[in-house]
Write a protein that binds this ligand. Structure first.
Ligand code: FBP
Length: 553
Protein backbone atom coordinates (compact mmCIF):
# COMPACT_ATOMS: atom_id res chain seq x y z
CA UNK A 1 0.00 0.00 0.00
CA UNK A 2 1.71 3.18 -1.09
CA UNK A 3 -0.51 5.88 0.44
CA UNK A 4 -2.63 6.10 3.56
CA UNK A 5 -5.92 7.97 3.86
CA UNK A 6 -6.38 10.48 6.68
CA UNK A 7 -8.12 7.86 8.84
CA UNK A 8 -5.55 5.17 8.01
CA UNK A 9 -2.72 7.57 8.89
CA UNK A 10 -4.33 8.36 12.20
CA UNK A 11 -4.85 4.66 12.91
CA UNK A 12 -1.24 3.81 11.99
CA UNK A 13 -0.04 6.14 14.73
CA UNK A 14 -2.49 5.12 17.41
CA UNK A 15 -0.80 3.22 20.25
CA UNK A 16 -2.20 -0.12 21.38
CA UNK A 17 -2.67 -1.38 24.90
CA UNK A 18 -1.62 -4.86 26.00
CA UNK A 19 -2.95 -7.37 28.51
CA UNK A 20 -1.27 -6.88 31.89
CA UNK A 21 0.81 -10.05 31.61
CA UNK A 22 2.33 -9.02 28.27
CA UNK A 23 3.46 -5.58 29.34
CA UNK A 24 6.79 -6.58 30.92
CA UNK A 25 7.83 -9.57 28.83
CA UNK A 26 11.10 -10.07 30.68
CA UNK A 27 9.09 -10.88 33.80
CA UNK A 28 6.69 -13.33 32.13
CA UNK A 29 7.20 -17.02 32.94
CA UNK A 30 5.49 -20.07 31.48
CA UNK A 31 3.53 -22.29 33.86
CA UNK A 32 2.68 -25.76 32.53
CA UNK A 33 -0.90 -26.87 33.13
CA UNK A 34 -2.84 -30.02 32.33
CA UNK A 35 -2.59 -32.14 29.20
CA UNK A 36 -5.78 -31.73 27.18
CA UNK A 37 -7.11 -35.14 26.09
CA UNK A 38 -6.80 -35.79 22.36
CA UNK A 39 -9.89 -36.65 20.31
CA UNK A 40 -10.73 -40.20 21.44
CA UNK A 41 -11.58 -41.68 18.07
CA UNK A 42 -8.27 -40.52 16.60
CA UNK A 43 -5.89 -40.95 19.52
CA UNK A 44 -4.16 -44.11 18.29
CA UNK A 45 -3.28 -42.69 14.88
CA UNK A 46 -2.32 -39.32 16.35
CA UNK A 47 0.11 -41.00 18.76
CA UNK A 48 1.74 -42.72 15.81
CA UNK A 49 1.85 -39.58 13.65
CA UNK A 50 2.88 -37.11 16.37
CA UNK A 51 4.92 -39.11 18.91
CA UNK A 52 6.98 -36.09 19.98
CA UNK A 53 4.29 -33.42 20.23
CA UNK A 54 1.18 -35.28 21.34
CA UNK A 55 1.69 -35.17 25.09
CA UNK A 56 2.37 -31.51 25.70
CA UNK A 57 0.72 -29.47 28.46
CA UNK A 58 -1.22 -26.28 28.04
CA UNK A 59 0.94 -23.25 28.97
CA UNK A 60 -0.09 -20.11 30.82
CA UNK A 61 2.11 -17.03 31.13
CA UNK A 62 2.18 -15.26 34.47
CA UNK A 63 4.24 -12.37 35.77
CA UNK A 64 7.11 -13.52 37.99
CA UNK A 65 7.97 -11.72 41.22
CA UNK A 66 11.62 -11.33 40.18
CA UNK A 67 12.61 -10.49 36.61
CA UNK A 68 14.68 -13.32 35.04
CA UNK A 69 18.15 -12.80 33.55
CA UNK A 70 18.69 -10.92 30.30
CA UNK A 71 17.45 -12.53 27.09
CA UNK A 72 19.70 -13.55 24.22
CA UNK A 73 18.74 -12.12 20.81
CA UNK A 74 16.20 -14.26 18.93
CA UNK A 75 15.67 -14.80 15.21
CA UNK A 76 12.05 -15.43 14.27
CA UNK A 77 10.42 -15.92 10.86
CA UNK A 78 6.75 -15.31 10.11
CA UNK A 79 4.47 -16.38 7.27
CA UNK A 80 0.89 -15.37 6.55
CA UNK A 81 -1.21 -18.15 5.09
CA UNK A 82 -4.62 -18.53 3.41
CA UNK A 83 -7.26 -15.86 3.05
CA UNK A 84 -6.58 -12.36 4.35
CA UNK A 85 -8.02 -11.42 7.73
CA UNK A 86 -7.93 -7.94 9.24
CA UNK A 87 -5.22 -7.64 11.86
CA UNK A 88 -2.43 -9.68 10.22
CA UNK A 89 -0.13 -6.66 10.11
CA UNK A 90 -0.61 -6.16 13.84
CA UNK A 91 0.56 -9.73 14.48
CA UNK A 92 3.79 -8.73 12.71
CA UNK A 93 3.96 -5.46 14.67
CA UNK A 94 3.35 -7.34 17.93
CA UNK A 95 6.11 -9.83 17.13
CA UNK A 96 8.51 -7.06 16.20
CA UNK A 97 7.87 -4.93 19.29
CA UNK A 98 8.01 -7.96 21.60
CA UNK A 99 11.28 -9.21 20.09
CA UNK A 100 12.90 -5.81 20.44
CA UNK A 101 11.65 -5.52 24.01
CA UNK A 102 13.35 -8.80 24.96
CA UNK A 103 16.55 -7.89 23.15
CA UNK A 104 17.06 -5.03 20.66
CA UNK A 105 19.40 -7.24 18.62
CA UNK A 106 16.66 -9.74 17.85
CA UNK A 107 15.62 -10.11 14.21
CA UNK A 108 12.22 -10.64 12.57
CA UNK A 109 12.14 -12.09 9.07
CA UNK A 110 8.99 -12.17 6.96
CA UNK A 111 8.45 -14.90 4.35
CA UNK A 112 6.88 -13.71 1.12
CA UNK A 113 3.61 -15.19 -0.18
CA UNK A 114 2.91 -17.72 2.54
CA UNK A 115 4.51 -21.13 2.84
CA UNK A 116 6.00 -20.89 -0.65
CA UNK A 117 8.31 -18.19 0.76
CA UNK A 118 9.70 -20.78 3.17
CA UNK A 119 10.19 -23.36 0.42
CA UNK A 120 11.97 -20.81 -1.80
CA UNK A 121 13.73 -18.95 1.02
CA UNK A 122 12.09 -15.74 -0.14
CA UNK A 123 12.42 -13.51 2.84
CA UNK A 124 12.55 -9.87 3.92
CA UNK A 125 13.81 -8.41 7.19
CA UNK A 126 11.10 -6.49 9.04
CA UNK A 127 12.36 -3.14 10.27
CA UNK A 128 10.77 -0.41 12.35
CA UNK A 129 10.58 1.85 9.30
CA UNK A 130 9.05 -0.82 7.07
CA UNK A 131 6.32 -1.44 9.62
CA UNK A 132 5.24 2.19 10.12
CA UNK A 133 2.56 2.37 7.38
CA UNK A 134 1.23 -1.12 8.23
CA UNK A 135 0.36 -0.72 11.91
CA UNK A 136 -3.38 -1.06 12.48
CA UNK A 137 -3.99 -1.57 8.75
CA UNK A 138 -5.95 -4.32 7.00
CA UNK A 139 -4.76 -6.76 4.36
CA UNK A 140 -1.64 -8.90 4.21
CA UNK A 141 0.23 -6.84 1.63
CA UNK A 142 3.41 -6.32 3.64
CA UNK A 143 4.30 -9.98 3.02
CA UNK A 144 1.52 -11.42 0.84
CA UNK A 145 -0.14 -14.75 1.50
CA UNK A 146 -0.62 -18.11 -0.21
CA UNK A 147 -2.31 -21.47 0.09
CA UNK A 148 0.75 -23.65 -0.56
CA UNK A 149 0.95 -26.65 1.77
CA UNK A 150 4.15 -27.97 3.31
CA UNK A 151 3.38 -31.66 3.50
CA UNK A 152 5.50 -33.84 1.21
CA UNK A 153 8.84 -35.21 2.39
CA UNK A 154 10.61 -32.98 -0.11
CA UNK A 155 8.78 -29.84 1.08
CA UNK A 156 9.47 -30.63 4.75
CA UNK A 157 13.14 -31.05 3.99
CA UNK A 158 13.22 -27.78 1.98
CA UNK A 159 11.54 -25.95 4.87
CA UNK A 160 14.15 -27.34 7.24
CA UNK A 161 16.98 -26.21 4.95
CA UNK A 162 15.54 -22.68 4.90
CA UNK A 163 15.06 -22.27 8.65
CA UNK A 164 18.50 -23.75 9.30
CA UNK A 165 20.15 -21.49 6.73
CA UNK A 166 18.48 -18.49 8.38
CA UNK A 167 19.31 -19.76 11.91
CA UNK A 168 15.72 -19.30 13.01
CA UNK A 169 14.82 -19.88 16.66
CA UNK A 170 11.16 -19.83 15.73
CA UNK A 171 8.76 -19.86 12.81
CA UNK A 172 5.33 -18.31 13.32
CA UNK A 173 2.55 -19.63 11.07
CA UNK A 174 -0.47 -17.34 10.81
CA UNK A 175 -3.37 -19.33 9.40
CA UNK A 176 -6.60 -21.24 9.66
CA UNK A 177 -7.24 -24.93 10.30
CA UNK A 178 -5.30 -26.16 7.26
CA UNK A 179 -2.26 -23.94 7.87
CA UNK A 180 -2.14 -24.86 11.55
CA UNK A 181 -2.33 -28.52 10.55
CA UNK A 182 0.79 -27.87 8.48
CA UNK A 183 2.34 -26.11 11.48
CA UNK A 184 1.75 -29.22 13.63
CA UNK A 185 3.33 -31.45 10.97
CA UNK A 186 6.35 -29.13 10.71
CA UNK A 187 6.82 -29.01 14.49
CA UNK A 188 6.83 -32.82 14.69
CA UNK A 189 9.19 -33.11 11.72
CA UNK A 190 11.64 -30.54 13.08
CA UNK A 191 11.73 -32.22 16.49
CA UNK A 192 12.24 -35.67 15.05
CA UNK A 193 15.03 -34.52 12.73
CA UNK A 194 16.89 -32.49 15.33
CA UNK A 195 16.03 -29.06 13.91
CA UNK A 196 15.88 -26.56 16.81
CA UNK A 197 13.43 -24.10 15.18
CA UNK A 198 10.22 -23.87 17.23
CA UNK A 199 6.87 -23.69 15.43
CA UNK A 200 4.07 -21.53 16.75
CA UNK A 201 0.61 -21.04 15.18
CA UNK A 202 -1.67 -18.00 15.29
CA UNK A 203 -5.46 -18.48 14.88
CA UNK A 204 -6.54 -16.57 11.79
CA UNK A 205 -9.65 -16.74 9.61
CA UNK A 206 -12.60 -14.47 9.05
CA UNK A 207 -14.72 -17.63 8.90
CA UNK A 208 -14.58 -17.95 12.71
CA UNK A 209 -14.36 -21.74 12.51
CA UNK A 210 -10.99 -22.07 14.21
CA UNK A 211 -12.18 -22.08 17.80
CA UNK A 212 -12.70 -24.45 20.69
CA UNK A 213 -12.86 -24.43 24.50
CA UNK A 214 -9.59 -22.48 24.62
CA UNK A 215 -9.38 -20.54 21.37
CA UNK A 216 -12.31 -18.15 21.81
CA UNK A 217 -12.11 -16.68 18.31
CA UNK A 218 -9.83 -16.44 15.29
CA UNK A 219 -8.68 -12.97 14.34
CA UNK A 220 -10.47 -11.25 11.46
CA UNK A 221 -13.93 -12.57 12.37
CA UNK A 222 -14.84 -9.46 14.35
CA UNK A 223 -13.79 -7.02 11.59
CA UNK A 224 -15.43 -9.01 8.78
CA UNK A 225 -18.70 -9.37 10.70
CA UNK A 226 -18.77 -5.63 11.41
CA UNK A 227 -17.99 -4.75 7.78
CA UNK A 228 -20.72 -7.06 6.43
CA UNK A 229 -23.26 -6.01 9.04
CA UNK A 230 -22.78 -2.38 8.07
CA UNK A 231 -23.51 -3.27 4.42
CA UNK A 232 -26.47 -5.54 5.29
CA UNK A 233 -27.94 -2.88 7.59
CA UNK A 234 -27.74 -0.36 4.73
CA UNK A 235 -29.33 -2.77 2.28
CA UNK A 236 -32.15 -3.54 4.72
CA UNK A 237 -32.85 0.18 5.02
CA UNK A 238 -32.98 0.37 1.26
CA UNK A 239 -35.41 -2.55 1.13
CA UNK A 240 -37.63 -0.83 3.66
CA UNK A 241 -37.49 2.45 1.74
CA UNK A 242 -38.07 1.25 -1.84
CA UNK A 243 -40.26 -1.70 -0.84
CA UNK A 244 -39.73 -3.37 -4.22
CA UNK A 245 -36.83 -5.82 -3.99
CA UNK A 246 -35.84 -8.99 -2.22
CA UNK A 247 -32.12 -8.80 -1.53
CA UNK A 248 -30.38 -12.17 -1.58
CA UNK A 249 -27.08 -11.58 0.20
CA UNK A 250 -24.38 -14.25 0.27
CA UNK A 251 -22.07 -13.91 3.28
CA UNK A 252 -18.53 -15.24 3.10
CA UNK A 253 -17.38 -18.22 5.15
CA UNK A 254 -16.15 -21.24 3.23
CA UNK A 255 -17.77 -23.85 5.38
CA UNK A 256 -19.28 -22.83 8.72
CA UNK A 257 -22.11 -20.26 8.94
CA UNK A 258 -20.64 -18.28 11.86
CA UNK A 259 -20.40 -15.06 9.84
CA UNK A 260 -23.96 -15.33 8.48
CA UNK A 261 -25.27 -16.06 11.98
CA UNK A 262 -23.33 -13.17 13.51
CA UNK A 263 -24.55 -10.79 10.78
CA UNK A 264 -28.11 -12.00 11.41
CA UNK A 265 -27.76 -11.20 15.11
CA UNK A 266 -26.36 -7.76 14.29
CA UNK A 267 -28.90 -6.81 11.59
CA UNK A 268 -32.04 -8.96 12.03
CA UNK A 269 -32.93 -9.69 8.38
CA UNK A 270 -36.17 -11.47 7.43
CA UNK A 271 -34.55 -14.84 6.78
CA UNK A 272 -31.09 -16.27 7.39
CA UNK A 273 -30.21 -19.75 6.21
CA UNK A 274 -27.85 -21.63 8.50
CA UNK A 275 -25.99 -24.40 6.67
CA UNK A 276 -25.52 -26.55 9.76
CA UNK A 277 -29.28 -26.54 10.43
CA UNK A 278 -30.00 -27.44 6.81
CA UNK A 279 -27.63 -30.39 7.07
CA UNK A 280 -29.10 -31.48 10.42
CA UNK A 281 -32.61 -31.41 8.96
CA UNK A 282 -31.42 -33.13 5.77
CA UNK A 283 -33.07 -30.43 3.68
CA UNK A 284 -32.98 -30.70 -0.08
CA UNK A 285 -32.51 -27.82 -2.52
CA UNK A 286 -36.26 -27.94 -3.09
CA UNK A 287 -36.97 -27.78 0.68
CA UNK A 288 -34.76 -24.70 1.06
CA UNK A 289 -36.36 -23.06 -1.99
CA UNK A 290 -39.82 -23.74 -0.56
CA UNK A 291 -38.81 -22.28 2.80
CA UNK A 292 -37.80 -19.04 1.08
CA UNK A 293 -40.98 -19.00 -1.05
CA UNK A 294 -43.18 -19.60 2.00
CA UNK A 295 -41.65 -16.56 3.65
CA UNK A 296 -42.18 -14.49 0.49
CA UNK A 297 -45.83 -15.64 0.37
CA UNK A 298 -46.42 -14.84 4.05
CA UNK A 299 -45.03 -11.35 3.56
CA UNK A 300 -46.94 -10.87 0.30
CA UNK A 301 -50.16 -11.63 2.18
CA UNK A 302 -49.33 -8.58 4.33
CA UNK A 303 -48.63 -6.47 1.25
CA UNK A 304 -44.85 -6.73 1.64
CA UNK A 305 -43.00 -7.54 -1.56
CA UNK A 306 -39.51 -6.87 -0.29
CA UNK A 307 -37.12 -8.31 2.20
CA UNK A 308 -33.59 -9.38 3.08
CA UNK A 309 -32.29 -12.95 2.97
CA UNK A 310 -28.82 -14.00 4.14
CA UNK A 311 -27.20 -17.05 2.58
CA UNK A 312 -23.96 -18.49 4.00
CA UNK A 313 -21.31 -18.94 1.34
CA UNK A 314 -20.75 -22.60 2.14
CA UNK A 315 -24.42 -23.61 2.04
CA UNK A 316 -24.34 -25.86 -1.01
CA UNK A 317 -21.90 -28.25 0.63
CA UNK A 318 -24.41 -28.76 3.46
CA UNK A 319 -27.37 -29.68 1.27
CA UNK A 320 -27.03 -33.47 1.20
CA UNK A 321 -27.78 -34.01 -2.51
CA UNK A 322 -25.37 -31.23 -3.59
CA UNK A 323 -22.75 -32.42 -1.13
CA UNK A 324 -22.99 -35.85 -2.68
CA UNK A 325 -22.64 -34.31 -6.15
CA UNK A 326 -19.57 -32.32 -5.03
CA UNK A 327 -17.97 -35.43 -3.51
CA UNK A 328 -18.44 -37.29 -6.78
CA UNK A 329 -17.09 -34.34 -8.77
CA UNK A 330 -14.09 -34.03 -6.43
CA UNK A 331 -13.31 -37.67 -6.98
CA UNK A 332 -13.72 -37.50 -10.75
CA UNK A 333 -11.80 -34.25 -11.06
CA UNK A 334 -8.93 -35.07 -8.73
CA UNK A 335 -5.67 -34.74 -10.59
CA UNK A 336 -7.39 -33.56 -13.77
CA UNK A 337 -7.74 -30.13 -15.25
CA UNK A 338 -11.23 -29.39 -16.54
CA UNK A 339 -11.06 -27.51 -19.79
CA UNK A 340 -13.40 -29.16 -22.23
CA UNK A 341 -13.78 -32.34 -20.26
CA UNK A 342 -16.92 -31.38 -18.31
CA UNK A 343 -19.15 -33.55 -20.52
CA UNK A 344 -17.05 -36.61 -19.74
CA UNK A 345 -17.23 -35.92 -16.02
CA UNK A 346 -21.01 -35.50 -16.08
CA UNK A 347 -21.48 -38.80 -17.89
CA UNK A 348 -19.59 -40.54 -15.11
CA UNK A 349 -21.77 -39.18 -12.30
CA UNK A 350 -24.24 -41.53 -10.63
CA UNK A 351 -27.86 -41.01 -11.61
CA UNK A 352 -28.81 -39.03 -8.49
CA UNK A 353 -25.77 -36.75 -8.77
CA UNK A 354 -26.34 -36.21 -12.49
CA UNK A 355 -30.00 -35.31 -11.86
CA UNK A 356 -28.93 -32.78 -9.21
CA UNK A 357 -26.26 -31.35 -11.52
CA UNK A 358 -28.58 -30.95 -14.50
CA UNK A 359 -31.20 -29.17 -12.37
CA UNK A 360 -28.74 -26.39 -11.56
CA UNK A 361 -28.51 -23.26 -13.73
CA UNK A 362 -25.70 -23.48 -16.28
CA UNK A 363 -23.60 -20.80 -14.58
CA UNK A 364 -23.63 -22.76 -11.31
CA UNK A 365 -22.77 -26.00 -13.16
CA UNK A 366 -19.69 -24.28 -14.60
CA UNK A 367 -18.73 -22.89 -11.19
CA UNK A 368 -18.92 -26.35 -9.63
CA UNK A 369 -16.43 -27.65 -12.17
CA UNK A 370 -13.78 -25.00 -11.44
CA UNK A 371 -10.40 -26.08 -10.03
CA UNK A 372 -10.18 -27.05 -6.36
CA UNK A 373 -7.91 -25.16 -3.96
CA UNK A 374 -4.59 -26.78 -2.90
CA UNK A 375 -6.36 -28.39 0.08
CA UNK A 376 -8.88 -30.10 -2.26
CA UNK A 377 -11.80 -27.79 -1.35
CA UNK A 378 -14.39 -26.53 -3.84
CA UNK A 379 -13.86 -22.78 -4.15
CA UNK A 380 -17.27 -21.84 -2.80
CA UNK A 381 -16.43 -18.14 -3.01
CA UNK A 382 -16.78 -18.55 -6.79
CA UNK A 383 -20.21 -20.19 -6.62
CA UNK A 384 -22.96 -17.60 -6.80
CA UNK A 385 -25.45 -19.28 -4.48
CA UNK A 386 -27.41 -16.05 -4.13
CA UNK A 387 -28.15 -16.20 -7.87
CA UNK A 388 -28.89 -19.91 -7.66
CA UNK A 389 -31.60 -19.30 -5.07
CA UNK A 390 -33.04 -16.33 -6.96
CA UNK A 391 -33.41 -18.58 -9.98
CA UNK A 392 -34.89 -21.50 -8.00
CA UNK A 393 -37.29 -19.17 -6.16
CA UNK A 394 -38.43 -17.61 -9.47
CA UNK A 395 -39.18 -21.08 -10.84
CA UNK A 396 -41.03 -22.15 -7.71
CA UNK A 397 -43.12 -18.96 -7.53
CA UNK A 398 -43.94 -19.34 -11.20
CA UNK A 399 -45.28 -22.85 -10.60
CA UNK A 400 -47.23 -21.59 -7.56
CA UNK A 401 -48.73 -18.90 -9.79
CA UNK A 402 -49.72 -21.54 -12.32
CA UNK A 403 -51.34 -23.53 -9.51
CA UNK A 404 -53.06 -20.32 -8.35
CA UNK A 405 -51.46 -20.53 -4.90
CA UNK A 406 -49.32 -17.38 -5.21
CA UNK A 407 -50.39 -14.06 -6.69
CA UNK A 408 -47.72 -11.67 -5.42
CA UNK A 409 -44.86 -9.87 -7.13
CA UNK A 410 -41.22 -10.91 -6.88
CA UNK A 411 -38.21 -8.90 -7.93
CA UNK A 412 -34.74 -9.73 -6.63
CA UNK A 413 -31.26 -8.22 -6.34
CA UNK A 414 -28.16 -10.17 -5.45
CA UNK A 415 -25.18 -9.15 -3.36
CA UNK A 416 -22.02 -10.85 -2.13
CA UNK A 417 -20.43 -9.80 1.16
CA UNK A 418 -17.02 -11.29 0.54
CA UNK A 419 -13.51 -10.04 0.00
CA UNK A 420 -14.15 -6.53 1.36
CA UNK A 421 -14.46 -8.03 4.85
CA UNK A 422 -10.98 -9.55 4.80
CA UNK A 423 -8.79 -6.50 4.25
CA UNK A 424 -10.73 -3.71 5.93
CA UNK A 425 -9.08 -1.62 8.67
CA UNK A 426 -9.01 -3.99 11.65
CA UNK A 427 -11.57 -3.31 14.35
CA UNK A 428 -10.50 -2.16 17.82
CA UNK A 429 -10.79 -5.77 18.96
CA UNK A 430 -8.79 -7.31 16.09
CA UNK A 431 -6.11 -4.60 16.32
CA UNK A 432 -5.49 -5.38 19.99
CA UNK A 433 -6.02 -9.14 19.74
CA UNK A 434 -3.46 -9.46 16.93
CA UNK A 435 -0.90 -7.23 18.59
CA UNK A 436 -1.17 -9.33 21.76
CA UNK A 437 -1.00 -12.61 19.77
CA UNK A 438 2.33 -11.44 18.30
CA UNK A 439 3.65 -10.95 21.84
CA UNK A 440 2.45 -14.41 22.93
CA UNK A 441 4.22 -15.98 19.93
CA UNK A 442 7.53 -14.43 21.00
CA UNK A 443 7.05 -15.67 24.55
CA UNK A 444 6.35 -19.23 23.35
CA UNK A 445 9.48 -19.26 21.18
CA UNK A 446 11.67 -17.64 23.84
CA UNK A 447 10.54 -20.12 26.49
CA UNK A 448 11.26 -23.04 24.15
CA UNK A 449 7.80 -24.35 23.20
CA UNK A 450 7.08 -25.86 19.79
CA UNK A 451 3.90 -27.19 18.19
CA UNK A 452 1.73 -24.65 20.04
CA UNK A 453 -1.02 -22.23 19.11
CA UNK A 454 -0.99 -18.81 20.77
CA UNK A 455 -3.93 -18.43 23.06
CA UNK A 456 -5.61 -15.43 24.70
CA UNK A 457 -8.69 -15.82 26.87
CA UNK A 458 -11.40 -13.70 28.56
CA UNK A 459 -11.64 -11.72 25.36
CA UNK A 460 -15.00 -10.09 26.12
CA UNK A 461 -13.39 -8.34 29.08
CA UNK A 462 -11.16 -5.24 28.80
CA UNK A 463 -7.81 -5.93 27.09
CA UNK A 464 -5.89 -5.44 30.36
CA UNK A 465 -7.63 -8.49 31.85
CA UNK A 466 -6.94 -10.97 29.03
CA UNK A 467 -4.87 -13.98 30.02
CA UNK A 468 -2.22 -15.49 27.74
CA UNK A 469 -0.71 -18.87 27.02
CA UNK A 470 -0.24 -21.64 24.49
CA UNK A 471 -2.31 -24.63 23.40
CA UNK A 472 -0.68 -27.75 21.90
CA UNK A 473 -1.67 -27.98 18.24
CA UNK A 474 -2.15 -31.74 18.33
CA UNK A 475 -4.77 -31.38 21.07
CA UNK A 476 -6.93 -29.61 18.47
CA UNK A 477 -6.61 -32.34 15.85
CA UNK A 478 -8.65 -35.29 14.70
CA UNK A 479 -8.81 -37.53 11.64
CA UNK A 480 -10.89 -36.46 8.68
CA UNK A 481 -11.63 -37.80 5.21
CA UNK A 482 -10.16 -35.44 2.59
CA UNK A 483 -9.98 -36.33 -1.11
CA UNK A 484 -10.60 -39.98 -0.37
CA UNK A 485 -7.81 -40.14 2.26
CA UNK A 486 -8.11 -40.09 6.06
CA UNK A 487 -5.68 -37.46 7.35
CA UNK A 488 -5.05 -35.61 10.63
CA UNK A 489 -6.35 -32.04 10.59
CA UNK A 490 -7.04 -29.26 13.08
CA UNK A 491 -10.76 -29.64 13.75
CA UNK A 492 -13.05 -27.03 12.20
CA UNK A 493 -15.79 -25.68 14.49
CA UNK A 494 -19.16 -25.48 12.77
CA UNK A 495 -22.14 -23.56 14.18
CA UNK A 496 -23.35 -25.46 17.25
CA UNK A 497 -27.12 -25.82 16.98
CA UNK A 498 -27.22 -26.29 20.76
CA UNK A 499 -25.04 -23.24 21.34
CA UNK A 500 -26.19 -19.90 22.72
CA UNK A 501 -25.67 -17.79 19.54
CA UNK A 502 -27.97 -20.11 17.57
CA UNK A 503 -30.50 -20.23 20.43
CA UNK A 504 -30.70 -16.44 20.57
CA UNK A 505 -31.24 -16.35 16.81
CA UNK A 506 -33.78 -19.19 16.89
CA UNK A 507 -35.91 -17.45 19.53
CA UNK A 508 -36.08 -14.21 17.55
CA UNK A 509 -36.25 -15.28 13.92
CA UNK A 510 -40.01 -15.92 13.54
CA UNK A 511 -40.67 -12.34 14.49
CA UNK A 512 -38.17 -11.09 11.90
CA UNK A 513 -39.96 -12.95 9.07
CA UNK A 514 -43.00 -10.77 9.08
CA UNK A 515 -42.17 -7.76 11.22
CA UNK A 516 -39.32 -5.71 9.83
CA UNK A 517 -36.99 -5.56 12.78
CA UNK A 518 -33.92 -4.54 10.79
CA UNK A 519 -31.03 -3.10 12.76
CA UNK A 520 -28.39 -0.91 11.14
CA UNK A 521 -25.20 -1.14 13.22
CA UNK A 522 -23.48 1.41 10.95
CA UNK A 523 -19.78 1.48 10.05
CA UNK A 524 -17.12 0.14 12.38
CA UNK A 525 -16.06 2.87 14.80
CA UNK A 526 -12.59 3.70 16.11
CA UNK A 527 -13.40 6.73 18.27
CA UNK A 528 -16.22 7.36 20.68
CA UNK A 529 -18.03 5.54 23.48
CA UNK A 530 -16.39 2.29 24.64
CA UNK A 531 -19.57 0.24 24.21
CA UNK A 532 -19.55 1.09 20.52
CA UNK A 533 -15.81 1.04 19.74
CA UNK A 534 -14.64 -1.81 21.95
CA UNK A 535 -17.61 -4.14 21.76
CA UNK A 536 -16.94 -7.64 20.41
CA UNK A 537 -19.31 -9.80 18.36
CA UNK A 538 -22.69 -11.04 19.60
CA UNK A 539 -21.35 -14.59 19.08
CA UNK A 540 -18.45 -13.99 21.46
CA UNK A 541 -20.67 -12.35 24.03
CA UNK A 542 -23.15 -15.25 23.87
CA UNK A 543 -20.32 -17.77 24.21
CA UNK A 544 -18.42 -15.92 26.93
CA UNK A 545 -19.67 -18.24 29.67
CA UNK A 546 -19.15 -21.42 27.66
CA UNK A 547 -15.38 -21.70 27.36
CA UNK A 548 -13.79 -24.18 29.71
CA UNK A 549 -10.59 -22.14 29.46
CA UNK A 550 -7.93 -24.69 30.40
CA UNK A 551 -5.51 -21.79 31.02
CA UNK A 552 -7.16 -21.17 34.37
CA UNK A 553 -7.51 -24.80 35.50
P1 FBP B 1 -9.06 -18.92 5.28
O1 FBP B 1 -9.83 -20.10 5.77
O2 FBP B 1 -7.77 -19.25 4.66
O3 FBP B 1 -8.94 -17.86 6.34
O4 FBP B 1 -9.91 -18.22 4.11
C1 FBP B 1 -11.23 -17.94 4.28
C2 FBP B 1 -11.87 -17.40 3.02
O5 FBP B 1 -11.91 -15.99 3.04
C3 FBP B 1 -13.26 -17.99 2.87
O6 FBP B 1 -14.20 -17.28 3.60
C4 FBP B 1 -13.44 -17.96 1.38
O7 FBP B 1 -14.34 -18.94 0.94
C5 FBP B 1 -12.06 -18.27 0.88
O8 FBP B 1 -11.17 -17.79 1.85
C6 FBP B 1 -11.77 -17.60 -0.44
O9 FBP B 1 -10.51 -18.00 -0.87
P2 FBP B 1 -9.69 -17.29 -2.01
O10 FBP B 1 -9.01 -16.12 -1.39
O11 FBP B 1 -8.70 -18.32 -2.42
O12 FBP B 1 -10.64 -16.89 -3.08
Amino acid sequence: MSRLSALATYRSQEPLILPQVLRRLTSAVAVAGSIIPTDRSSVQQLVELFPKTIEQPIIRFVTAAKPPAAFLPLRIGILLSGGQAAGGHNVIAGLFDALKQLNPNSVLLGFRDGASGVLNNHVVEITKKLLIPFRNQGGFDLLGSGRTKISTAEQLSLAKQTVEALHLDGLVVVGGDDSNTNAAILAEYFLSTGCPTRIVGIPKTIDGDLKNDDIEVSFGFDSAAKTYSDIIGNIARDALSAKKYYYFIRVMGRSASHLALECALQTQPNLTLISEEIAAKQMTLQNVTEQICDMIATRAAQGKHYGVILIPEGIIEFIPEVRNLINELNFLLSGTEVINGDRVVIDELTEGARHCFLRLPEAIQKQLLLDRDPHGNVQVSKIETERLFISLVEQELQSRRRAATYFGKFSAQSHFCGYEGRSCLPSYFDSHYCYALGHVAVLLVSTGYTGYMCCLQRLTRPVEEWIAGGLPLVSMMWLEQRNGKVIPVVRKALVDLNGEPFHVFEKARDDWIINDQYLNPGPMQFFGPKDIVQTTTRTMRCEAGKHIGHLTT
